[in-house]
Design a protein around this ligand. Structure first.
Ligand code: DOR
Ligand code: ZN
Length: 343
């Protein structure tokens, strides 16, 4: 069985910088036509000039591959509305990313007090600039498995009431509550979903031994949440699209006393998704999720190139680790045989 679809896009990707960028950029560039690049570098991509310089480094790292990186700016409490508006208007950035301070990798410069960034958000609403949100509260007293649901009630919903015109993407949703919040919303709200949150639940990470390569943020939840995500991803609802959140860390930093959050899934995402969508009897919805809905949301033309996936008797092997100096980045193990191959 073969499946041909428009070349996919990745609307949430971490490419890092320096040696890591050099090592991983080609993996995404070979598979995806375009990607929205996350700005959580050290130091973060906060200014228009930072985004321009980072884009240049990415283009150098991908060499001649046909790949378009779209940039995002990292919102801080010091971000000026004029900086954001200029960067979006002249096409330097496609979106602005809100990290609640302390929510995840390199989020220390993020936003602790949303009222401090209201002038920026108002300017974004007026100028039709998309806000991508890491949707988790960070208070120590809130259980890590409840942080996304609580963010919706205490931060996102009030923000949307205050600024209904602001276009928001809830990034990497992980819960039934988030899926339902998006489906029940009147407009201006979409969500990206990762490959791994569609494939694994918290048992994969924690039952029968702890598997640090499945540790990411927002953390994977129980099976009923995975099922809710799968239902909306395969439903054809145009508000849901692929953002892999492929987030490489070296094996040493993952397998440490305080391991990093992130799953490196860029190398086998399409094969994994074909397998999942087939299981749901929804292969005809795959192209919408990976190659249409996100582009439409961002107002971009659809890719004209295609890719072909083929189902074979032999499962694909988990991609080989990528060597970085004397360390490696370990690709996502989907925890089940994947019979789809990209040809
Ligand atoms: O698992 C994650 N890794 N979640 C994020 O939000 C950030 C990312 C990273 O940059 O490593
Ligand atoms: Zn991310």
């Amino acid at each position: 069985m073969k499946l041909t679809l428009r070349r996919p896009d990745d609307w949430h990707l971490h490419l890092r910088d320096n040696d890591m960028l050099t090592a991983v950029a080609g993996v995404s560039a070979a598979r995806f036509a375009r990607a929205l690049i996350m700005p959580n570098l050290v130091p973060p991509v906060v200014a228009r000039a930072d985004a321009i310089a980072y884009r240049t480094r990415i283009m150098q790292a991908v060499g001649g591959a046909s790949f378009t990186p779209y940039m995002s700016l990292y919102l801080t409490e010091n971000t000026q509305p004029s900086e954001v508006v200029q960067a979006a208007k002249d096409g330097t950035v496609l979106a602005v990313k809100l990290y609640p301070a302390g929510a995840t990798t390199n989020s220390a410069s993020g936003v602790a007090d949303l009222s401090k960034v209201m002038p920026v958000l108002e300017a974004m609403a007026q100028n039709n600039i998309v806000l991508c949100v890491h949707g988790e509260v960070t208070h120590a007293e809130v259980d890590i498995f409840d942080r996304e649901a609580q963010f919706i009630d205490t931060v996102l919903d009030p923000l949307r009431s205050q600024l209904p015109e602001l276009r928001i993407v809830m990034e990497h949703i992980t819960t039934r509550q988030a899926a339902e919040y998006v489906t029940s919303s009147a407009g201006n709200l979409a969500a990206s979903i990762t490959t791994h949150h569609l494939m694994i639940n918290r048992n994969h990470m924690l039952a029968g031994g702890i598997r640090p390569h499945y540790y990411c943020l927002p953390i994977v939840k129980r099976e009923s949440h995975r099922e809710a995500l799968l239902a909306v991803a395969t439903s054809g609802d145009p508000r849901f699209f692929l953002g892999t959140d492929s987030a490489p860390h070296t094996k040493n930093t993952k397998l440490s006393e305080c391991g990093c959050a992130g799953v490196f899934n860029a190398a086998n995402t399409m094969e994994c998704l074909a397998s999942l969508f087939e299981e749901q009897d929804a292969l005809e919805m795959l192209e919408g999720f990976t190659s249409v809905n996100g582009a439409n949301w961002y107002g971009l033309a659809l890719n004209e190139e295609t890719i072909t996936l083929e189902k074979r008797d032999e499962p694909m092997s988990v991609p080989e680790p990528i060597v970085i100096g004397d360390d490696v980045v370990v690709p996502f193990d989907p925890a089940r045989p994947i019979y789809w191959h990209q040809i």
